[in-house]
Design a protein around this ligand. Sequence first.
Ligand SMILES: Nc1ncnc2c1ncn2[C@@H]1O[C@H](COP(=O)(O)OP(=O)(O)OP(=O)(O)O)[C@@H](O)[C@H]1O
Length: 503
Amino acid sequence: MSTATCARFCTPLTSGTAGSTSKLTTGNGSGVGNMTSSYKKKIPSNSSSTTTANDSSNTETTFTFKLGRSNGRSSSNVASSESSDPLESDYSEEDPEQEQPRPDPATNSRSSSTTTTTSSADHDNDVDEEEEEDDDDEEEGNGRDADDATHDSSESIEEDDGNETDDEEDDDESEESSSVQTAKGVRKYHLDDYQIIKTVGTGTFGRVCLCRDRISEKYCAMKILAMTEVIRLKQIEHVKNERNILREIRHPFVISLEWSTKDDSNLYMIFDYVCGGELFTYLRNAGKFTSQTSNFYAAEIVSALEYLHSLQIVYRDLKPENLLINRDGHLKITDFGFAKKLRDRTWTLCGTPEYIAPEIIQSKGHNKAVDWWALGVLIYEMLVGYPPFYDEQPFGIYEKILSGKIEWERHMDPIAKDLIKKLLVNDRTKRLGNMKNGADDVKRHRWFKHLNWNDVYSKKLKPPILPDVHHDGDTKNFDDYPEKDWKPAKAVDQRDLQYFNDF
Ligand SMILES: Nc1ncnc2c1ncn2[C@@H]1O[C@H](COP(=O)(O)OP(=O)(O)OP(=O)(O)O)[C@@H](O)[C@H]1O
């Protein structure tokens, strides 16, 4: 994500009203326009065939949506809270001009994002209904998810986080000085250890910079999130989830969090620097990938999803923008801002319109199955060059997702097509990856039959693309962001700082 405007938008998903744009400028957005135009050209005006791949449930759900700037790259969505917290009340901004969805299949880039939530009444109904039909639920416990719109306040966040991933000892230490982190047991970290070199990406709340660790001399990426923005956009829970989950995980195809801290204005997360840039860029430059190339990336994602799901973590934001290519050509999944540790289904509507699963739109509660749906969308997009459900407006995208109709290219690899069809099944109890054999069903699909999955995990497969980089700190694969655009974030007061006590 390297766009000028906010990459995440929140929209309450409630009956009958239309939301509007919330424009959040955080950078200059250079380098995105080309992507947009090449994407536009690739949206077909008609297709060779259309099939219905699933049970195409009807829905009478009406929703509001918030429009952001279309720029060829999708914006992530965030879940909006219906909390009465005054800190959160100014988030939505009305824009009557944007009220009507205007589906136009022949145009444009990936749509901007939305954020939606559902009413508590709906949730209650859904719980009963879904518990009967979803055979994957039992293993995820009985607790109602803290992302439920009615519980999406900062209070519930803290309760949730405390039970799930927090290490109290670490929290105390980082709170005191923001210079000590004991997870590795050997080093005292301090922000001054990091020399900021250059901005390589922007996000909803701030930016990601290339840094040099003065102690180890390693390059790393520092994600800087302005606390005022995190609070204003009601993303306290998601940001804490992100940090807590990242602290828990380690996998070859998942970004590694080295350290995190805060001061009185920003939250900081230090990651390995992945110098190859986003898969999105390579895909847009190539137009589409071969079946072999798509297979390679899909296999690494399957390996990562299997790992995350084994920890009851649902990722919820799979898309080419969040897949970085390392210098060795292997993937690193980044941006765990929507990741969620499951105890049961979760209800918050978040994700990116083109990648959202039907059960999210229908507010049925959702679980790991949403990641397998998104994998189907991703494989399609890699092979075809654009996503299977496309419209200028999120509303139109949602309609297409729910219709279950997929347009297929005539010359598409039939085995890959078969896998996509089995992933893009509306009924999640019949979706590959979400049935009783879990990820094994995906791994055993014919499209992957040539693979040794241990070799995949051990990075023994030959990467199809090696990024053009000259050294580990090379930034040529990232857009340029004028550094003078950045103003120091405002310090938050003591009361607001408490929201981040355990960060
Ligand atoms: N470890 C990394 N190495 C190199 N670049 C990175 C790294 N992490 C993030 N980036 C770059 O910065 C961009 C923004 O990162 P990220 O998506 O994590 O931020 P975000 O604030 O969560 O964004 P969003 O608001 O879109 O969710 C990425 O798309 C990527 O281009």
